[in-house]
Design a protein around this ligand. Structure first.
Ligand SMILES: *[C@@H]1O[C@H](CO)[C@@H](O)[C@H](O)[C@H]1NC(C)=O
Ligand SMILES: *[C@@H]1O[C@H](CO)[C@@H](O)[C@H](O)[C@H]1NC(C)=O
Length: 380
């Protein structure tokens, strides 16, 4: 990786990159994160008290960590790259978690649109933003009472200097397909994005200036969606992914990218970075063997065996009775061979690959290639 920097620096292109990127400063004192299971470090488990069973967490934390994976998530690798500790969940009430370097409002199952009675998570984006506002008000209140709690709380200026990171929308799209046609799903996308925009602007009004927005993943490649919507092979693309779901994700991303450009223009003293996770993940699924994986779609932890090893009645680590037979959704022998962890989420190995691609800066608008030396403290 280092060699490629030197190459870059020796090219005339270097000057172009510098001038395009000079407004971006990756020296963030804190990170405030919003989203769903892609970046939930324990929020849903703390907030709903629904347990997450082993083998979740087995690879890195050696026990369930509140993350829907065998190990670290993209957000963990990014925090590491920024020399910041892993984010604690806002909803974690026990053990006096430190929020000095940031706070995570993400919760698995969360949607951009307000939750309904059937939602997995009551902590939709608007609720997460409201939680942030309360968090900020409480922090300022407590800091005013003295330095005693300072090591648990961000400094007041961190709210302005900190990075606000987002990865949300996948559950809105995935959920909509259960009751809507593809055209109807396309039609809700502007509503999702206007709700998202309203939340981002509330944060801006509270002083947030540095935004990093991840686009949504190729959800059509997840076993969860393939088993329900891909029964008819004509619904699948050449990668074996549900075409309609990936088309919806692409349209969402196109409109999200346009929104990011608009926000950057409107909020001229802000920095808005849009990052294309979709392309990174689709490339990984398509070219999996090149990146050292053996299974592009089959779940490591699940029940049912090939081709997907996924049964939506039995979540990873759970035991259930099917036709009077007791069965368990178990983990595979080596999760590093797999991209998909439990049929819905990615393995730590896949998350690590995606993070390394994000950190090249090539998938972001604006790109941040010239800041690579600051970022590459990661031990990949
Ligand atoms: C897979 O890799 C090839 C060769 O590098 C590339 O052209 C192609 O775009 C990749 N596939 C995807 C879906 O990105
Ligand atoms: C349960 O029974 C149904 C109907 O006989 C069958 O199609 C299905 O495969 C069975 N499931 C299991 C886990 O054996």
């Amino acid at each position: 990786m280092c060699c490629s920097h030197f190459l870059l620096y020796s090219l005339p292109l270097f000057f172009v990159l510098v001038s395009r990127c000079e407004s971006i400063d990756f020296n963030y004192p804190a990170v405030f994160n919003f989203g769903d299971s892609n970046s939930d470090t324990g929020g849903l488990v703390a907030g709903t008290a629904e347990p997450l069973d082993p083998p979740n967490g087995q690879t890195y934390f050696h026990k369930p960590s509140g993350r829907f994976s065998d190990g670290r998530l993209i957000v963990d690798f990014l925090m590491d790259a920024m020399d910041l500790p892993f984010l604690n969940a806002y909803l974690e009430s026990v053990g006096a978690p430190s929020f000095q370097k940031g706070c995570n409002f993400a919760a698995a199952g969360s949607t951009i649109l307000p939750a309904t009675a059937s939602s997995v998570s009551p902590f939709s984006f608007g609720v997460q933003v409201a939680q942030f506002l309360r968090f900020k008000a409480r922090v300022i209140d407590l800091l005013a009472k003295g330095r005693r709690l300072a090591r648990y709380l961000p400094q007041e200026e961190y709210f302005k200097q900190g990075l606000y990171m987002f990865d949300i929308g996948q559950n809105d799209l995935a959920g909509a397909f259960y009751s809507k046609s593809e055209e109807q799903v396309f039609a809700i996308i502007p509503y999702l994005l206007s709700e998202f925009e309203a939340g981002v602007k509330r944060l801006y009004d509270q002083g947030a200036r540095r935004f990093w927005i991840h686009n949504t993943s190729p959800l059509g490649c997840l076993p969860e969606n393939i088993v329900v919507f891909g029964k008819d092979p004509s619904k699948l693309d050449e990668l074996g992914c549900v075409s309609s779901h990936n088309r919806a994700a692409k349209l969402f991303n196109l409109q999200l990218h346009a929104l990011c450009t608009k926000l950057q223009n409107e909020l001229s003293d802000a920095n808005v970075i849009y990052t294309d996770i979709f392309t990174i993940k689709l490339n990984l699924i398509s070219n999996y063997s090149k990146y050292g994986f053996e299974q592009p779609r089959m779940a490591c932890c699940g029940f049912g065996g090939p081709p997907l090893n996924y049964d939506n009645r039995i979540p990873c680590g759970r035991t259930a009775s099917l036709n009077g037979t007791t069965v368990t959704a178990k983990g595979c022998d080596d999760s590093t061979d797999y991209i998909i962890w439990d049929g819905i989420h990615y393995t730590e190995s896949a998350n690590q690959h995606v993070s390394s691609q994000i950190l090249t800066g090539k998938y972001s608008d604006p790109q941040f290639a010239d800041k690579m030396p600051f970022l590459m403290k990661l031990k990949f």
